[in-house]
Design a protein around this ligand. Structure first.
Ligand SMILES: Nc1ncnc2c1ncn2[C@@H]1O[C@H](COP(=O)(O)OP(=O)(O)O)[C@@H](O)[C@H]1O
Ligand SMILES: [Mg+2]
Length: 246
């Protein structure tokens, strides 16, 4: 991943929903390259909806999404993927019966690179995640929760993203594995990727974040550094006090 070309993701005035009422009511958010931005907020606030919009899985009704100044909103998810955005969706969707090795290739196909290139990238995934290498011939469904999450992230990385969207990757994982996932997010950011991490583990996420945004009912109610967001006592009491890991 040392050859990441940095890209800034800029979301402006974004509105989107599933029917009559908008779920997102005008979101402004920037994900800087090389930084870990954590998106917090209660269930139903619209975090997954926002990630789906960025990935091109849901069409916004207003606003813009730009990657390094180029509009990507309204484009197909395949085009968005080729532009350099990858999403690890909630619930780590894998191709369970397929070998781990094939899951990795599937993750990379959207990038449009050749099989030879993908196979080379896959080797680097086996170096980064040795457990995937040792078990590459086994079905993805045989992995534990934490291992499956690592595979889901590795599949996204196979597309060589410039911006990586992670939707609650720590859900249901043991605390030690949660820390590993967060360390990986930090590590990827340090390599130049812009990482947007949706999290419920508030204190753990604030400890590793470069930037934080808090989403409440379809609006960004606070954003800044972790210290700035913590210092906003009204926001901290309403949105951070309910920390699952407090
Ligand atoms: N596929 C869908 N169809 C209709 N409503 C949805 C759909 N997905 C989510 N919603 C609604 O949109 C709102 C935001 O959901 P979501 O983005 O999943 O929130 P979060 O990820 O912050 O928990 C919720 O009220 C939810 O019920
Ligand atoms: Mg969600």
């Amino acid at each position: 991943m040392s050859d990441v070309t940095s890209a800034r993701l800029t979301i402006t005035g974004l509105r989107a929903g599933y029917g009559a009422a908008d779920v997102l009511n005008g979101i402004d958010l920037t994900v800087e390259p090389g930084r870990l931005t954590v998106l917090l907020g209660p269930n139903g606030a619209g975090k997954s909806t926002l990630l789906r919009c960025v990935m091109g899985l849901l069409k916004p009704s207003a606003g813009t999404i730009e990657l390094d100044g180029t509009r990507i909103d309204g484009q197909s998810s395949a085009k968005v993927a080729r532009a350099g955005i990858a999403l690890v969706p909630e619930g780590r969707r894998l191709f369970g019966p397929e070998p781990i090795a094939d899951n990795l290739l599937i993750g990379g196909w959207v990038s449009g690179r050749s099989k030879t290139q993908l196979e080379a990238d896959r080797e680097s995934m086996y170096e980064r995640f040795p457990i995937l290498g040792r078990r590459k011939k086994e079905a993805a469904a045989s992995l534990s929760g934490g291992e499956a999450q690592m595979l889901a992230i590795a599949m996204a990385l196979m597309a060589r993203p410039r911006v990586l969207l992670l939707d609650e990757p720590s859900l249901g994982l043991a605390p030690k594995i949660v820390s590993e996932v967060m360390e990986l997010a930090v590590d990827l950011a340090r390599q130049g990727v812009g990482v947007l991490l949706v999290e419920q583990m508030v204190s753990k996420a604030l400890a590793v974040a470069d930037q934080v945004a808090v989403l409440g009912r379809g609006e960004v109610v606070a954003s800044g550094t972790p210290a700035e967001v913590r210092a906003d006592t009204a926001v901290a009491a309403t949105y951070l006090g309910v920390a699952a890991d407090a």
